[in-house]
Ligand binder design. Structure first.
Ligand code: GTP
Length: 346
């Protein structure tokens, strides 16, 4: 390979492995593949669960003619996710888990299935103006592999090894990222009185977990934590952020339109745990405290309020859900104010 071409490729690989922001990484993959293969367009699809079948999200999109990208649900406010079943070629590639090259009337598409260690499923979809030779296919596969390796490294540094949930270290970043859009929306809406919060932060603490360890041993204790993480995942939406903060303390950053929906979500978790039969241990309960995320909240402030609520839940007998705004703040004589505003949430 001529040195100039080799330097170009190295530059692309360096770009692909630089940075820690996932959205930037997705966009870089699309850009780099577009440039390297001189493609017409590149789309990075991700399969997401939906109530009525799997959906497709456009994680990133790049095209040679620089027309505007289609709406991505990842950063957009009005999701326009197509159903996976409407794209039989993607269904087939994901099922077979092998790269497929198809003619699309205007040229060729190289479809590379990607799977991360956390079982995210994506497809790198490269549209070429002409035919695809074996090298083009291998380049697309190679770029896809580098991308997955970087994602796996990021996941490993942000995730709790026992449960696979996000770890405490990643809380600040993911909190700001998840709530940023609601902060902006809230600022634009001039803190509408009836809007409520869009994000809610809950602290979930297993009750009397020390006695689980003492009676059944640490291995069984670990299994309870693992099952607890599974119950969290099945209770909340796929785009809610779930953390293990260490020990038997979990945190959920949940999107809900109003206080009633938020209360219902946390109560659903409490009931699911209470009704679950844990192998050997039997019944386990959790105490939950939660708070509305306010415009311009810091992660530490929101956590501190939810923590005060969980403290009250413990003090009142455990196996209960306590809301900071409706249950803790009024007792403490605190006005319910947004940090930067003046409107009650409830
Ligand atoms: N099995 C297991 N136990 C852990 C882990 N991390 C912390 N623990 C244990 O979790 C227990 C937490 O106990 P405490 O903080 O006293 O709380 P608790 O017994 O749950 O009581 P309340 O929270 O007041 O209901 C301690 O016994 C820790 O040793 C872990 O990774 N695995």
């Amino acid at each position: 390979m001529p040195h100039a071409a080799m330097l170009d490729h190295l530059e692309h690989v360096a770009r692909l492995t630089h940075g820690r922001d996932r959205d930037v990484l997705d966009a870089t993959l699309a850009d780099v593949v577009l440039a390297t293969l001189q493609a017409r367009a590149v789309v990075l699809w991700e399969v997401l669960p939906g109530d009525e079948g799997e959906l497709l999200d456009v994680r990133a999109h790049a095209r040679a003619d620089a027309l505007p990208a289609p709406m991505s649900a990842a950063g957009g406010s009005a999701p326009a996710w197509p159903r996976l079943s409407e794209r039989p070629e993607l269904v087939q590639v994901l099922h077979a888990e092998v790269t497929t090259v198809i003619g699309d009337g205007r040229g060729t598409r190289i479809l590379v299935p990607l799977r991360t260690e956390t079982q995210r499923r994506l497809v790198l979809d490269v549209a070429l103006a002409g035919p695809a030779d074996a090298q083009a296919r291998r380049v697309a596969e190679g770029m896809g592999r580098i991308y997955v390796n970087v994602i796996n490294l990021l996941d490993a540094s942000e995730r709790d090894t026992l449960t696979g949930l996000l770890n405490r270290k990643s809380f600040d970043d993911t909190f700001y990222k998840a709530t940023r859009s609601s902060h902006e929306a809230a600022a634009e809406a001039q803190r509408r009185v009836d809007s409520g919060a869009h994000h809610w932060l809950g602290v979930i603490d297993v009750d009397h977990f020390k006695s689980v360890n003492d009676r059944f041993g640490h291995l069984i204790g670990d299994e309870v934590l693992l099952l607890m993480a599974r119950l969290l995942r099945s209770t909340f939406r796929h785009d809610d952020r779930l953390y293990r903060f260490g020990g038997e303390e979990f945190v959920a950053l949940v999107r809900a339109d109003d206080a009633v929906a938020a209360a219902a979500a946390f109560e659903r978790l409490r009931t699911a745990v209470e009704g679950h039969s844990f192998p050997q241990v039997g019944r386990v309960t959790v105490s939950i405290g939660y708070t509305a995320v306010r415009p311009f909240d810091t992660p530490a402030d929101a956590f501190e309020r939810a923590d005060r609520a969980v403290y009250q839940a413990k003090a009142q007998g455990r196996n209960r859900v306590v809301c900071f705004e409706s249950d803790v703040a009024p007792q403490a004589g605190q006005p319910l104010q947004h940090a930067g505003g003046d409107v009650d949430l409830f």
